[in-house]
Design a protein around this ligand. Sequence first.
Ligand code: NAD
Length: 443
Amino acid sequence: MIEADRMRVSVIGTGYLGATTAACLAELGFEVLGLDVDEAKIEMLRSGRVPFFEPGLEDLVVSGLESGRLRFTTSFAEVAEFADLHLICVGTPQKDESGAADLSYVNSAVDRLAPHLSRPAVVVGRSTVPVGTAATLAARLAALAPAGEEAELGWSPEFLREGFGVEDTLRPDRIVLGTDSPRVEKAVRALWHKQIDGGVPFLVTDLQTAELVKVAANAFLATKISFINAMAEVSEVAGADVIQLAQALSYDDRIGGKFLGPGLGFGGGCLPKDIRAFMARADELGVEPALSFLREVDAINQRRRARTIDIARQLIGGGFAGSRVAVLGAAFKPNSDDIRDSPALDVAATIASLGAQVTVYDPAALERARAAHPELNYADSMRGAVTDADVVLLLTEWAEFREADPDELGRLVARKRIVDGRNALDPTFWRASGWTYRALGRQ
Ligand code: NAD
């Protein structure tokens, strides 16, 4: 039997989700061994450096290493020998144009771990997967592991938000576990006993429901964002103000104000690929019509990018050729350096392809942006980016940009024109400083 305090945990895949999970579990007192197939990533983590930007995480990694409770490896044999509970946190990116999820990483994690499981073990998936994946993996695990049926698999999707990863892992809204095995349930209860004792709801479901909870949550969030962005489209034409509209809606507590911010829309490594994978899976299951609305959710989201570019084009009075454009933001959202499907970089790259000289600044994501888009120019400060610009585009709502001084920036630019792609600024304030201010969904 596994005792909570002595349970040893492996975390397979040490990206955003896995590294955060591993460091938080060590902080909670577990002995944790993180594994990744990327040797460079493991080397960095071993030396106490986190390969991405996540507030508070590096301190936890360092204290985990110092306490001896957190270690890293690239050996599946070592994690199998070490741990009683294995958490699978590898990526499930979009595979191709079909939108389906690429399951090769989760399959490979199970295939490489299983042959080393010669004693009873619990394997719990945390990655976001299409419904039906976990049942297939459970059978694969039992077939490949020397322990056979004693190597059991459950699924416990993770809901953390990048930028709040540590906080969300230590104090989740809820814990969902798909399993019908008392042993799997006992191990996962032991893992989160402090949270469960502290009142965090713990829901045990079948595998399919657990898988669906995660994609349904992301589909709902994406729909909410695209809903208000659809209202922004209408407001622009009808002469209304979507910010006031959203505010008025938010007072209805059946609707609520969160995820109701109109702007450039969603991006990142989760929402876009998760809704597409959900649609692809529904198609395979023959229930495509049930999710056809998500196609529109995706389309509304993409249209906001095109609209932002149109507004910038109007402001500079025609074509982009020869113009200088400053882009504030590269990460898909503030407090992150994640540029996966970043709306800001997508807009910046499109404008550059139309002939503008685009200079990008971001407080955390410059290095990643440079590697992904070498055709763009980069500045090391907001001031550097806007100097001599014909138009400024605010595309990621970092606090630094929200708090920018329009008088100060006004002295640096060639023309005082700004597109507020995130409705992050006070138009009155900026207009009073002489700027031509445009935003999505407002006059
Ligand atoms: P990521 O790309 O940052 O990390 C994935 C890691 O898995 C990489 O370091 C990669 O080298 C490693 N990996 C790949 N194949 C492996 C294998 N066979 N064995 C061991 N390691 C392997 O991705 P992420 O953002 O951490 O996302 C991981 C999963 O978690 C995805 O399914 C994602 O949808 C889900 N998720 C992510 C977040 C988030 O905020 N990033 C939140 C909730 C859920």
